[in-house]
Design a protein around this ligand. Structure first.
Ligand SMILES: CC(C)(COP(=O)(O)OP(=O)(O)OC[C@H]1O[C@@H](n2cnc3c(N)ncnc32)[C@H](O)[C@@H]1OP(=O)(O)O)[C@@H](O)C(=O)NCCC(=O)NCCS
Ligand SMILES: [Zn+2]
Length: 216
């Protein structure tokens, strides 16, 4: 039986009996780990995270505080997650752009033969369901990636991207709403959130990369 809120101990993690958490993994206070999740050796999961059913956290992956990883999300070795990151169901964060099972001599590849890439999902970013992020990609702070995307390039802070390959389509607020352009005076696009009223500046160079309906 899952715990009731009142039964949770804010000072220690809660791990479902079917989850497999390596002894050398570090799990933060108040973090909940659900059915059949697997957290590998040396991984570090911050405080107050939720790891849904079937989540897989590879060796030495670091995850910040208050992250929410939905069912079946997979984070491979080489990726790092900041605080407050959301991964939708079945998101895959990869680590090897040109994978091979064997070396040129036909021998099975071991860890030392692997070309590891370092990927990063910054604080507050969200990645929609079923999305694949290639190794070495950096997803900026509070960016939002649409469901079913394939992310092949870095995503700027507050960027809204989707599609295969994912393209920059707009910018989002910390609250998740799409930002509205106020003006482009000076070096930045000054944007405003229609829902919470936040004002957010996007560098003009970044703003110019956005694919509006007229320049897709
Ligand atoms: C990307 C997203 C945030 C865009 O939302 P939005 O700004 O309201 O976009 P709209 O619904 O107005 O769609 C705008 C256009 O983009 C297209 N579009 C929207 N999301 C898309 C996606 N994920 N992939 C491809 N195209 C998408 C729409 O079809 C529409 O196309 P059109 O202009 O040709 O008609 C949202 O669609 C999304 O994918 N959210 C992630 C949901 C998720 O995974 N949640 C996990 C919780 S379980
Ligand atoms: Zn807002």
């Amino acid at each position: 039986m899952p715990p009731r809120e009142s039964e949770l101990d804010a000072d220690s993690p809660w791990v479902h009996p079917t989850a497999d958490v390596a002894a050398s993994a570090g799990i933060g206070r108040g973090t909940r780990i659900w059915h059949h999740a697997h957290v590998r050796e040396g991984a570090v999961v911050g405080d107050e995270c939720i790891l849904g059913k079937d989540v897989y956290i590879d060796r030495h992956v670091t995850i910040g505080a208050r992250c929410k990883l939905q069912n079946g999300a997979t984070v491979y070795h080489g990726f790092r997650l900041g605080d407050g990151v959301f991964l939708g169901p079945r998101v895959l964060l990869l680590n090897d752009k040109r994978p091979r099972a064997i070396n040129v001599d036909g021998s099975l590849k071991v860890d030392a033969d692997w070309q590891l890439e370092q990927g990063l999902v910054h604080r507050g970013a969200s990645i929609g369901a079923g999305t694949i992020v290639l190794g070495g990609v950096c997803v900026g702070e509070y960016a939002m990636v649409g469901a079913g995307s394939v992310v092949t390039k870095d995503v700027p802070a507050h960027g809204l991207v989707y599609g295969n390959p994912a393209r920059l389509r707009g910018f989002v607020c910390r609250c998740g709403s799409t930002l509205r352009l106020e003006n482009t005076l000076g070096q930045a696009a000054h944007m405003c959130c229609p829902d919470c009223g936040a004002a957010i500046d996007i560098p003009l160079e970044t703003f110019a990369q956005c694919r509006t309906p007229s320049n897709r």
